[in-house]
Design a protein around this ligand. Structure first.
Ligand code: ADP
Ligand code: MG
Length: 697
């Protein structure tokens, strides 16, 4: 029996392994390279590659791959074996420094949004030594960045690393002014991952799930989530076995899976890891999603990561818990225990408030996908409006600072920045409001709008960059000030006054909030086609280019890719719908109608005046619906064909898919769901919501 500490990280070429396997000089040089964010010298790379290969081969690996995160939002790998011929008919295992440092996958099949013509299809991958290599499926995986030969970024890791670096640079300017001894600041993330588990055999019978990840049809089951008996309920034995196995697999890869519980909807669950540095958290979340699917399959389940697999049932999200800490162990979003620390906390808090208000549009579009459109603004998820929850206590403090008022009715003390100690905010007093899209939870912010399938890179690139921008403006001002203390006071007050409209502690799900947010001038970007074009606004291009995260061309191309993805997803959904209606639903219901007719005819042959009212009523109702469905399906097909007219303009095309194709799909669905409720179970062509959601015992 192996213990958890023995299993944990056993498949990772971690710092401890490097220390053990590398010559001292090489280890030191590698560490320095990582710390300085420089690229690796070939001499060092050769030694590291060799040690890595020996370690991997010892663990049974036969192949290696550069593991990267192209714009598809999932990870990509191209496996090469270590094998090298010796010339005498034998083979040895080889892995060179060059192979470790740089790879050249054919990039032509990855989305580039027009950045790269196919004739110059080559891109290259380069090792990100700040993320450890690991073994997965007998393959040594080397986390890498992915660029085109002309230097354009083609992945999600590079801009994330850049945004972390930029936040570090700007935060360090501020910390210097406070006399901090820290030398480096990093952002940390703990992403909570929601998912559904359903029976694999039933999954296979639903082509909508197989092709699109969500059900395109399905009438409401008699029982939904109204009993609230699933949330934190007892975990069923089959699910518990899956979770245990998943934990083992994640621990081997050094992923700190910590808590698992049932979620609100039936068959829905959540996994939360212990937080880590943002780029590691992004890598680990990708691996977590991949392993969830793989382990589910082993246990006879299908794992659904789609944001809204079932209409009318809670969707799945991903809570992005985010904070900033120093290499001296200080969480900059934690109120401190001295007046000095509190002033610093307030400044960082203000930087986030200002950032979220100034760049609501960017935060919103960083989570915009076709799948997430079903969730945001629907009942259980945050609305599409960005606002921040700070809790009454902290809000009151900010108000008293803004107005130079006394704070705290009990103590009647005057809240002066840098003079008073802030009260501690225990987590439970700050985290009660679960409806906020962006909540302060005591020592971190929880961005709750992410969909479950999303790579966390995009939202974190955005968060890091917009907060870096606030900090850079603050640093410019404070560095130039004669009197730091009074400049700081002014700055904090000004921020609160100017940006307090973004703070909302009430119920974000209410209609009153939608109206109130409008009167405050906040954005309400309801759909992906509405939100994405803001990426290219002058203000946002200025932000990303100023901080060297994206060039203008890269922004335009990314925007294009995301809009195209939206269209493609809806296109596939519509085609799947047409296919299922024509090949499964219409024939099945017509079969049932035939059965009803022959039943009535048979009855009549025995008893001429027998009562056939039910058969007649059903035949009539179903025939009407079938005819209606037939025409609506044709209409959907025509609508879909007309999308071709917009092919040259991704923005218009996405709006068309949203306004016309999706609307037409809704009409088809409504009829099918009605047919389902009137058709005998044995004639219905695939498992129903009730089957899918309540079959696991
Ligand atoms: P919830 O009540 O929303 O389930 P938890 O308190 O269990 O939240 O924590 C949620 C996540 O927040 C966990 O993944 C945890 O590791 C993460 N977290 C805690 N502190 C930090 C931090 N300083 N930075 C980033 N994430 C953090
Ligand atoms: Mg949470």
């Amino acid at each position: 029996m192996t213990t958890v500490p023995e299993v944990f990280g056993s498949m990772v070429f971690s710092d401890a392994v490097m220390q053990e396997k590398l010559p001292k000089d090489t280890y030191k040089a590698l560490k320095k390279t990582i710390q300085d964010g420089k690229s690796l010298q070939i001499g060092i790379a050769t030694v590291v590659a060799n040690a890595m290969k020996d370690w991997a081969v010892e663990k049974g690996a036969t192949h290696f791959t550069h593991w990267f995160q192209p714009m598809t939002g999932i990870t990509a790998e191209k496996h090469d074996s270590f094998i090298a011929p010796t010339g005498d008919g034998r083979a040895i295992m080889e892995f060179s420094g060059k192979e470790l440092v740089k790879g050249e996958p054919d990039a032509s099949s990855f989305p580039s949004g027009g950045l790269r013509a196919t004739f110059e299809a080559r891109g290259y991958t380069a090792w990100d030594p700040s993320s450890y290599a690991f073994i997965k499926d007998d393959t040594l995986c080397i986390p890498t960045v992915f660029c085109s030969y002309s230097g354009e970024v083609l992945d999600k890791k590079t801009p994330l690393l850049r945004s972390m670096e930029e936040l570090n640079r700007q935060a360090m300017r501020i910390l210097k002014l406070f006399g901090s001894s820290a030398t480096r600041v990093t952002t940390t993330v703990g992403p909570e991952q929601e998912y559904f588990l359903i029976d694999k055999e039933m999954y296979k019978q639903r082509r909508d799930l197989v092709f699109t990840g969500r059900t395109l049809f399905g009438a409401k089951p008699p029982k939904g989530q109204e009993m609230e008996d699933h949330y934190f309920g007892t975990i069923k034995p089959r699910i518990a076995a899956f979770m245990k196995d998943l934990d083992q697999e994640l621990w081997k890869l050094g992923i700190l899976a910590k808590t698992e519980h049932n979620e609100v909807a039936p068959a829905q669950h959540e996994l939360a890891p212990i937080f880590s540095t943002t780029n590691i958290a992004a890598d680990h979340n990708q691996l977590t999603m991949e392993l969830m699917k793989k382990v589910a399959d082993r246990h006879g389940f299908a794992c659904l990561l789609h944001e809204k697999p079932f209409a009318g049932v809670n969707g799945s999200g991903k809570h992005n818990n985010w904070s900033i800490s120093t290499n001296t162990g200080v969480n900059l979003l934690e109120p401190g225990s001295s007046p000095h620390e509190n002033a610093q906390f307030l400044l960082f808090l203000c930087a986030v408030i200002k950032a979220v208000d100034d760049y609501q549009d960017l935060l919103r579009l960083s989570v915009a996908t076709a799948g997430n459109d079903h969730r945001l603004g629907a009942n259980e998820a945050p609305p599409a409006i960005i606002s921040m929850f700070l809790g009454d206590e902290l809000t009151e403090i900010l108000e008293s600072i803004e107005h130079d008022d006394t704070y705290d009715s009990k103590e009647k003390s005057n809240m002066e920045i840098g003079v008073h100690i802030l009260p501690k905010f225990p987590k439970d007093t700050t985290d009660r409001n679960r409806t906020s899209p962006f909540a302060f939870t005591g020592n971190k912010f929880e961005f709750r709008m992410l969909g479950s399938a999303l790579s966390i890179s995009g939202p974190n690139i955005t968060l890091n960059t917009i907060v870096a921008e606030s900090l850079s403006q603050y640093a410019d001002e404070l560095e130039a000030a004669d009197d730091f203390q009074s400049a700081l006071n002014k700055l904090i007050k000004r921020t609160i006054k100017k940006h307090k409209r973004i703070i909302f502690n009430g119920n974000n799900y209410s209609d009153e909030w939608v109206a109130e947010a409008k009167s405050r001038g906040l954005y309400n970007l309801k759909s992906t086609p509405e939100a994405l074009p803001y990426f290219k606004s002058e203000k946002n291009i200025k932000l990303f280019t100023k901080h060297n995260i994206f060039s203008e061309a890269e922004i335009v191309s990314r925007c294009e890719i995301m809009l195209e993805n939206y269209c493609k997803e809806l296109h596939i959904e519509a085609l799947t719908m047409l296919d299922i209606v024509r090949k499964d639903i219409l024939p099945s219901v017509m079969n049932y109608v035939h059965k009803l007719s022959s039943t009535a005819a048979a009855k009549k042959s025995v008893l001429a005046d027998v009562n056939c009212d039910v058969e007649k009523a059903l035949i009539s109702k179903l025939s009407e619906l079938v005819s209606c469905l037939y025409h609506k399906t044709d209409k959907l097909e025509q609508t879909l064909l007309a999308a071709k007219d917009y092919e040259s303009d991704a923005q218009k095309c996405s709006a068309y898919y949203h306004d016309s194709v999706f609307a037409s799909m809704q009409e088809v669905r409504a009829i099918v769901d009605e047919l389902e409720t009137s058709t005998a179970k044995e004639f219905w062509p695939f498992p129903t919501y009730g089957d899918l959601l309540f079959s696991i015992l």
